[in-house]
Ligand binder design. Structure first.
Ligand SMILES: [Zn+2]
Length: 674
């Protein structure tokens, strides 16, 4: 089913997308060839499972966005389907990248369960109810979810969507809901939406406080602007990439509150297992006992997931994750005959299901236990990634390979969760900033020319991790040193080619790209949208104002505001003191400088950037009492975050256009300005 497109050049002719790009060195090829010779390539069960049940693919490998651009394009990854082994891609990663070319409609369980795969980062799953479809996880974008439903309609006959299950609080699992469901049908009770405990809080909050920093770091972990190429972006571990379309959210109508709950949905009995603080803070598995079908959400996929996400996120709990997999194994996994998930492909047969569940259970528990075992003997966060090793038996299992979360970044994550960033060495507790310490290193090492010569020597010897140490010092000290940046880029590039893990590969290759060409510009996948702002609590909105405040500008200011939103019966005590903006729900200040009374429905207009607070005051929608000037004072302290900040020194100059771009919440929140 891997269709080759006539428009793609033969693999041998694929050139590096960057004029300064280099092919893999002989040292890199040595590492790649060793992996090719020693890894368990004879185990091809994933390929059988990935192909099984294929029904049809759509005619086009592209899905257009309503806005006119391409929302999804799997065609650009077809170089992977040419039967060539690329020396610029770790063979294990290339294997996963080929598996992730699955594209189209698949049968999971005859007449009962179907999946559309390869339309977005996540799968969309269709479970046959008595009268219609129960959809699990409607992808990231309305456009890709709609296209998936059209494919289902075409091959399985038209049936209504009668229920949607959100498996967890990540946007690639709910963002496309509006492509398959009309909200008026949800309100009318025709469509049920089911979600795990605390779903809405986490769906909305995870990307707000540090949202701009996370979006910038997506350039690195996800390589969102790296060209698809054997020398660039090849895969995202869970699938090819994230679709760039309309992200929406319709609130659930039924929350699964208890640890285990049984519901019959459109005639299908389902048992929901809440698994909080695993892959997501709010997540649940589902078992359909009559069909012996086990849905493992994103808790068990074909690879090891992130404990620490390089984009940035709270550190996850590997031990809790392992325990919930174990519970699922003992509750359902010992009798299940098919196991399917929101990424990758299903597993059939109880032996295989138990093998995968046990292996994944052990992988997360081993990570937690062995890392802490080493930490308790003094191995620090700055050493653990060089010490921690996955057990050999798991190394041979493809589902236990670190495609999304590497053993390196996950082991550091575990230490970070329990002990934090400090390794105990006093030198690392309040170190100088890199740019302040680097000049002394450069001077002591004999200056730029000596470092460049030694850096080149290390590079030519394939000692890339040593080379990056000294070249980084030089680039930190001399951000405009072009030869230094180019050589460091060459070093990063080879390190990128050598990685099995998509995040590590993308981080090195994105770093190389930015050192060579500056910060790239272009459309990145959305992490928010009007629905997300609508679902944001007033408290979260006020918290984010506190984050947007430039406290230097608030120095010496002091005021208090009471905010009242009668339609949802909320009130807030807001204070600015000590250059700090705080809010407390449910309380009021005794003698406030200003009281604002505005319905939450109207405040939403301000949050969405549709109408300013000033305009609402002027036309009487918002009532104020007291000193209106404090709103002007507040507005003057607020900053709009920009996405184009530097990660590597000397990369900003070519990115001025980007600096003009809006940060993720700029449009939505700036109109607090009266
Ligand atoms: Zn996902």
């Amino acid at each position: 089913m891997l269709m080759l497109s006539g428009s793609v050049a033969p693999a041998a002719d694929i050139e590096h997308f960057h004029p300064k790009g280099k092919p893999p060195s002989k040292h890199t090829i040595e590492i790649i060839e060793k992996a090719r010779a020693t890894m368990a390539f004879s185990d091809t069960r994933d390929f059988e499972e990935q192909k099984k049940g294929f029904i049809a693919a759509p005619e086009s490998m592209k899905i257009m966005a309503d806005a006119g651009h391409v929302a999804w394009d799997i065609e650009r990854y077809q170089f992977l389907a040419m039967g060539k082994d690329f020396d610029s891609i770790h063979p294990s990663l290339q294997r996963q990248a080929i598996l992730n070319l699955n594209f189209g409609l698949y049968e999971v369980l005859k007449d009962k369960i179907y999946q559309v795969r390869g339309f977005d980062l996540a799968n969309i799953t269709f479970v046959r109810g008595t009268t219609g479809w129960i959809v699990f996880d409607p992808t990231t974008a309305a456009e890709t979810a709609r296209a998936a439903l059209e494919l289902v309609d075409k091959h399985l006959g038209k049936r209504p969507v009668v229920a949607v299950v959100y498996s967890h609080s990540h946007a690639d699992h709910f963002g496309g809901v509006r492509g398959i469901v009309d909200e008026t049908d949800v309100r009318a009770g025709k469509v049920q939406i089911i979600a795990p405990r605390d779903f809405m809080d986490h769906a909305v909050s995870e990307n707000v406080y540090a949202g701009n920093a996370m979006n910038r770091r997506m350039f690195y972990q996800y390589g969102v602007l790296l060209p698809a190429s054997p020398f660039g972006h090849v895969d995202q571990a869970l699938a090819k990439n994230v679709a760039a379309g309309n992200l929406g959210l319709i609130a659930p109508t039924r929350i699964v509150e208890k640890p285990i709950e049984e519901l019959t949905i459109d005639g299908v009995k389902m048992i929901f297992q809440n698994t909080p603080n695993t892959e997501a803070p709010s997540e649940m598995n589902t078992y359909i006992p009559e069909w012996r079908a086990l849905w493992m959400a994103e808790n068990v996929t074909a690879g090891i997931h992130n404990i620490y996400k390089l984009r940035g996120a709270l550190i996850r709990d590997a031990l809790a994750w392992s325990k919930y997999i174990n519970r699922a194994l003992y509750l359902y996994g010992r009798e299940a005959e098919v196991m399917f998930a929101s990424h990758h492909w299903p597993r059939w047969g109880n032996d295989r299901i138990q093998e995968v569940l046990r292996g994944q259970r052990d992988a997360y528990a081993h990570l937690n236990n062995q890392v802490l075992h080493l930490a308790n003997q003094g191995v620090t966060i700055n050493q653990i990634h060089n010490e921690y090793e996955v057990p050999e038996s798991l190394q041979k299992q493809w589902f236990a390979r670190g495609y999304h979360g590497s053993p390196e970044n996950n082991s550091r994550g575990v230490i970070n969760r329990f002990l934090g960033y400090f390794d105990g060495n006093p030198v690392n507790i309040i170190p100088l900033s890199p740019k302040d310490s680097a000049p002394l290193y450069v001077e002591m090492m004999g200056g730029a020319e000596t470092i460049l010569a030694k850096g080149k020597e290390l590079h030519d010897q394939g000692k890339y991790r040593l080379a990056q140490e000294i070249l980084n010092k030089l680039v930190q000290a001399e951000p405009d040193n072009r030869p230094a940046k180019d050589l460091l880029a060459d070093v990063f590039e080879q390190l990128g080619y050598q990685q099995e893990n998509t995040g590590l590969r993308n981080v090195f290759l994105a770093g190389a790209f930015e050192l060579r060409s500056g910060i790239p510009t272009g459309a990145i996948p959305k992490t928010t949208g009007p629905d997300m702002v609508r679902a944001m609590s007033t408290e979260l909105f006020l918290d984010f104002i506190g984050i947007r405040m430039d406290s230097k500008k608030a120095e010496g200011l002091e005021f208090s505001i009471n905010l009242v939103t009668p339609d949802n019966d909320e009130k807030f005590a807001i204070e600015l003191s000590n250059a700090t903006f705080t809010n407390l729900e449910g309380f009021q200040v005794a003698n406030p400088d200003l009281t604002i009374t505005i319905n939450r429905a109207d405040l939403l207009q301000v949050m969405m950037g549709v109408k300013t607070l000033a305009a609402q005051i002027d036309d009487g929608t918002a009532k104020i009492e007291g000193n209106r000037d404090v709103l002007g004072q507040l507005a003057a302290t607020l900053v709009d975050f920009e996405l184009g900040f530097e990660i590597l020194p000397g990369t900003k100059s070519q990115a001025q256009a980007m600096a003009e771009e809006k940060g993720p919440f700029k449009q939505d929140l700036r109109q607090i300005d009266p």
